[in-house]
Every structure is written in structure tokens, then in C-alpha cells.
Write a protein that binds this ligand. Sequence first.
Ligand SMILES: Nc1nc2c(ncn2[C@@H]2O[C@H](COP(=O)(O)OP(=O)(O)OP(=O)(O)O)[C@@H](O)[C@H]2O)c(=O)[nH]1
Length: 338
Amino acid sequence: MGAMSVRTPSSEPSEATRPHRAGFACFVGRPNAGKSTLTNALVGQKVAITSNRPQTTRHTVRGIVHRPDAQLILVDTPGLHKPRTLLGERLNDVVRTTWAEVDVIGFCLPADQKIGPGDRFIAKELAGIKKTPKVAIVTKTDLVDGKALAEQLIAVDQLGKELGIEWAEIIPVSATAAEEAGRSPSNKGGGGRGAGQVDLLADLLVPLLPEGPALYPEGDLTDEPEQVMVAELIREAALEGVRDELPHSIAVVVEEMLPREDRPADKPLLDIHAFVYIERPSQKGIIIGPKGKRLKDVGIKSRKQIEALLGTPVFLDLHVKVAKDWQRDPRQLRKLGF
Ligand SMILES: Nc1nc2c(ncn2[C@@H]2O[C@H](COP(=O)(O)OP(=O)(O)OP(=O)(O)O)[C@@H](O)[C@H]2O)c(=O)[nH]1
């Protein structure tokens, strides 16, 4: 006979008997739906660094929720934070691949706006991803009254029925209510954690993750996510169009990000120096292109995205370097942030 455990009728199994779970989630939704704010409310301001990244994902980790019973890893959907690319054709490959690879998708719909064509577009795409569980998250609930919220929850339910999506859950949250209640920045909880239902969201996501040990060490967090995200944006731009030729041969390291000195306060400029690492000298031509044109385009493109991300004008200085066989060399890999 197994060990007996005492349970009150409504209680959950205790932490000791519940299996540990670990897995990946991504938040999708149209621009301004509240995805970033929700991510921050769940994980605090600290964001995962990409060293020791498990082989299971090549997606940018936005944050990790560490709990005694689970590790919830929130990943970015490449291209999703840019509306232009969201509606672009890459949605059909990169984003769909991400959606199929994560363990749960959170579809964010703001409570204060009627479900529109942008939401429907994403929902239709979601309907095509059969295997991954989908949670509908009605965000910004602090902006509406109870009646409007109830109507929105019903509308989301109906949207699912209409498109043949079976929501694993439909949950209302307010990320700002959680914040105002005074979250501890330590990612370990503290005052006001329950506010705005953000913790409940984590409670609902966790059971949808596979059983397994933590994938990242608990201390694997940094206060400086920008550098990592900037590198990822450059890498994405550098890979565009040459993915077939150089699928995994590019790594990007941001060496330095410094505000330019002697700039007037209203005209700041951020100097970013980054290296694009390739494996072999023969790949240099592919990255740089005839007369350096391709590298220049990569610079222009990623600079625009970096500026949008950081909200400041940027001077981007890109250099291509050969790091021989970096994929096979653990020392190089560590240096390159893998
Ligand atoms: N009142 C209120 N505002 C919120 C809440 N969550 C997000 N917002 C605001 O809504 C706006 C958009 O939020 P983001 O988190 O940037 O939305 P996003 O989906 O990440 O947007 P993109 O990066 O453009 O895709 C910001 O101005 C937030 O401050 C919330 O729970 N309550």
C-alpha cells in the first residue's frame, strides 16, 4: 500500500506528492495586447540569460518563473513583437514552428477592446496548431467594469467555438494591478503576489507543462536583458534569407552598449558594438554580401528593431568575425552565450 496522506476535501495534492513540471510557454496576441507587461509581472524584472540554454529551444527566453513545483520558461515568438513581421509571411514558418514547439500558448486579448481582425487573424492561425494547449488570457481587466469583462470572456469563449479552438482555460488578468500591489522584485514572491490574478495564471499554466526537472538553474537570471535581446535581433536579421546556407552557423555577441557622451538630453544616442561570429572564412562573403551591401542591410534592419525595442536612437557598429568551429568548441560556445 502506498503512503497515506491527509487531505481536506478541496485541497490540492501537496507539493511533496505533486510531480515537478518544467516547460515552455509563449504569449501571443496583437501588438499592445499586454504580452510584455504580463511577462514582467510573472517573472519580475529579471530576465533569463541564455547561457546553459537547453538544446530543446532556440527561442529567446524572456523570463523564467521558478516555483517549488515547477519551472515555467517564457519564450519570445520571433517576429511577434513587430507588427510588420507579424503579418508578414514569416508568420507562416517561424512563428508557427514556435507555437508547435512550446508546451502551452497564452493568447492575450485586451479586456478593453472588442475582438478585432488582428485578434481573429492570430486565432485562426492558432486553430491550426492542434497539439499545443491554448489558454485565452483576457488582459488589462483593471480598465473595464465587471459587466464589460463578463462580455469579453463570453466573446472569447465564442471565438474559440467558432474557430474550433478548445481553450484549456479562459482567464482574466491585470498585470498592472499586480504591480501596484507591490511585487517583490526577487522573483520569489512577496507582498501582493496574488493581485491581478497573475499568480493564478501561473497556477493554470503549470499543470499544462510536462513533468520533469528544472531546465535552468535557479540563479540563471540577469538584470540586463537588453544585450541578449539586441544580439538576438541582429542574429535574426543576419540569418534572414540565408537560413538554408548558414542555419546554425551564426552567433552574435554584443560587446558594448554605451550612451554617446556629449549629447543633448533630448537627442540621446546609444552606441552598440556587436560581433557577428561565423564558423568559416568562406561564410564571410554570404554575410557581408557584394560590396558589403548585405551586412549594411542587416545593420539597418536590426538597428530599426533595436530602436523600437529600446526606445532610443542607436548607432550600430557591426563586425564579422570568424570563430572557427564554434559550434563544436565548448569554450567558444560559452563565450558566445550558448
Ligand atoms: N491598465 C493596464 N494597462 C496595461 C496592462 N498590461 C499592459 N498594459 C499597457 O498596455 C500597453 C501595451 O502593453 P505591452 O505589454 O507592451 O503589450 P505587448 O503585447 O507586449 O505589445 P507589443 O510589444 O507591441 O506586441 C502598455 O502601455 C501597457 O502599460 C494592464 O494589465 N492594465
